[in-house]
Design a protein around this ligand. Structure first.
Ligand SMILES: [Zn+2]
Length: 232
């Protein structure tokens, strides 16, 4: 797996907002790969969010721009309209996930096989994961629960990231990963929302510093989520 390497790094970003364009510019500069989890019914919608007690733009990429913006990376589902899946019925879960997945395939002409659970707090459970596994074409679903670990996980339908890039332990975790002499597959999985870089403590400079630190290593495979999680 991973082209013969035992270490892999991947990113996952949610909501498909216009700050993704700037973020992709940085990823591409350093040869890094990400999966972007988007809500196909909300493309083009304008709004605001308030992370870290500050106002940030939350404008979604326009539908006619989606394929072009994300062409070097992977698109995955994030449901049609971003409901909390733990409080809706099985039929709604399947509809929200599968219709989003199929819409993304139509818009890009590429397979869409992953997703990230929408919403904060308790946004997934075993019932939701079972519906997704049995009733949709999704093959992995990411939570927001940090593991601070690089070990591979059995359950790809409640897959936990290593951490968010807004986590205060980002750089120490990166250093730990870089120093690792891996004799088994080890994955560093980082997730976030690009709008957080407009207002959060990491900032765009901090994100670029992180990308520079973790990029260009001969012993690390850089790939989108499906290349890394589904590679056998
Ligand atoms: Zn979201």
């Amino acid at each position: 797996m991973w082209k013969g390497k035992n270490k892999a790094l991947t990113f996952s970003f949610d909501d498909g907002v216009t700050q993704d364009i700037k973020l992709i510019g940085i990823l591409d500069k350093y040869g890094l790969k990400a999966t972007f989890n988007v809500n196909s019914s909300l493309f083009g919608l304008k709004g605001k969010v308030y992370p870290f007690g500050k106002e940030a733009e939350h404008n979604k990429i326009r539908p006619d721009k989606v394929a072009e913006v994300y062409k070097n990376h992977e698109l995955a589902a994030h449901t049609l309209t971003h409901p909390t899946l733990t409080v809706v019925d099985d039929q709604t879960i399947a509809y929200q996930v599968e219709e989003d997945r199929l819409a993304i395939e139509r818009i890009t002409g590429r397979p869409c096989v992953g997703m990230a659970y929408p919403g904060g707090g308790v946004n997934n459970d075993d019932r939701v994961a079972k519906v997704i596994r049995e009733k949709t074409g999704v093959k992995f679903a990411r939570t927001i629960t940090p593991t601070y670990s690089f070990d591979l996980q059995e359950n790809l339908y409640r897959f936990n990231p290593t951490l968010s890039y807004m986590d205060g332990r980002l750089f120490e975790t990166a250093e730990r990963f870089l120093k690792l002499k891996a004799d088994k597959p080890q994955l560093f999985y980082v997730w976030g929302h690009s709008y957080e870089l407009d207002v959060g403590p990491l900032g765009w400079d901090g994100f670029e510093e992180f990308c520079k630190l973790v990029s260009g290593k001969d012993d690390i495979f850089y790939g989108v989520n499906s290349e890394i999680l589904l590679d056998k």
